[in-house]
Design a protein around this ligand. Structure first.
Ligand code: 5GP
Ligand code: ZN
Length: 115
């Protein structure tokens, strides 16, 4: 999608610190990390948010949550101690980039409730 920063990162038109890529997904380090491990996992195709997911995206979401995030958590060394997966959605959810992304945060103790 034109003018979508994460579409541009997925297409490598904008540089990022990629940590994972396959046919459907890329994962890269967040520009402003909020934890020692802070990676964003995104679909290559443009989907605005969790709310915009369609029936046809069920396989994609399963792939991200079942395959990619656990694998990255293990590789990045946070699986054993624990980590957080966050998909900020919409204005009050704190979503600033309107391309679906899952934050994978770890390497420190997380607080609850979130701010
Ligand atoms: P949101 O606030 O939408 O849940 O998360 C967007 C995240 O994307 C933020 O944590 C922000 O730091 C990150 N971000 C925004 N622009 C860029 C960018 O150009 N490159 C990278 N690597 N991260 C970005
Ligand atoms: Zn996009």
């Amino acid at each position: 999608m034109a003018d979508c920063i994460f579409c541009k990162i997925a297409a490598k038109e904008i540089p990022s610190s990629l940590v994972y890529e396959d046919e459907q997904v890329v994962a890269f380090k967040d520009l402003e990390p909020q934890a020692p491990v802070h990676v964003l996992v995104i679909p290559k195709k443009h989907v605005e948010s969790v709310l915009a997911l369609a029936e046809e995206d069920k396989g994609l979401v399963s792939h991200i949550l079942v395959d990619v995030i656990p694998k990255l958590a293990k590789e990045l060394g946070v699986a054993e101690r624990g980590f957080r997966v966050v998909a900020n959605t919409g204005e009050e959810g704190g979503q600033s980039v309107k391309h679906l992304h899952f934050h994978l945060l770890g390497g420190r103790s997380m607080q609850w409730p979130p701010g």
